[in-house]
Design a protein around this ligand. Structure first.
Ligand SMILES: [Fe+2]
Length: 201
């Protein structure tokens, strides 16, 4: 690899693989989820992801290459962790909180990738590609925010009703909402850090 154009193409293959892997994982998550709002969010994101794959197809056309994926170890790892949550969670409430955490890890991976690809497309003066990448980027950010709201409004408080809600579990509240990442995200969309503790004692 010796050019930004090549790097762009390789990274496009990475997200193409990632989106298709997500498309396979989401129906399993829908099946496992008992929370209707969360299930609906996963269903909607499945449809959205199909559109994102179509945008990638268009971008491959723009650069005159055949659409293809290249194994992405990062997404494989994140999906592997999601499968672990699905098999290890002993209550639906814990499962739902865990699934949101995993889904947000995936969203943040995609936000990073699409942000980079958009910047490279602009650098390479491919405005149409940059526009398509931005549309997907905004969708991923909205999905991330929706998951944060769901976690805070229902899923985390439900999961907190477990029998051993002792002091030692407080550490867990740090990770699940992925809100800490928002402070680092410089892009205009991901500004909410609506993190609040459901344990007010
Ligand atoms: Fe996506």
């Amino acid at each position: 690899m010796d050019s930004l154009a090549q790097l762009f193409e390789e990274t496009l293959k990475d997200v193409y693989y990632a989106e298709n892997a997500i498309l396979k994982a989401l129906p399993k998550m829908v099946k496992k989820t008992k929370n209707p709002e969360l299930r609906q969010a996963f269903e909607e994101h499945t449809e959205q992801t199909k559109g994102q794959v179509r945008r990638l197809d268009e971008i491959f056309k723009i650069i005159g290459k055949k659409a293809s994926g290249k194994e992405c170890l990062a997404i494989k790892g994140l999906i592997g962790e999601t499968e672990e949550i699905m098999s290890d969670s002993e209550t639906p409430e814990v499962l739902h909180a865990g699934l949101i955490g995993c889904a947000q890890a995936v969203e943040h991976y995609e936000i990073a990738r699409y942000g980079t690809l958009k910047a490279w497309a602009e650098q390479l003066e491919m405005q149409d590609a940059a526009q398509l990448l931005d549309e997907t980027l905004q969708e991923e950010k909205q999905t991330d925010e929706k998951l944060t709201s769901l976690a805070i409004s229902t899923v985390n408080p439900d999961a907190d009703m477990g029998e051993d809600s002792e002091e030692s579990e407080d550490d867990e509240s740090e990770g699940v909402n992925a809100a800490s990442m928002d402070e680092e995200a410089e892009d205009e969309g991901a500004t909410t850090s609506r993190k609040k503790s459901s344990r007010s004692r």
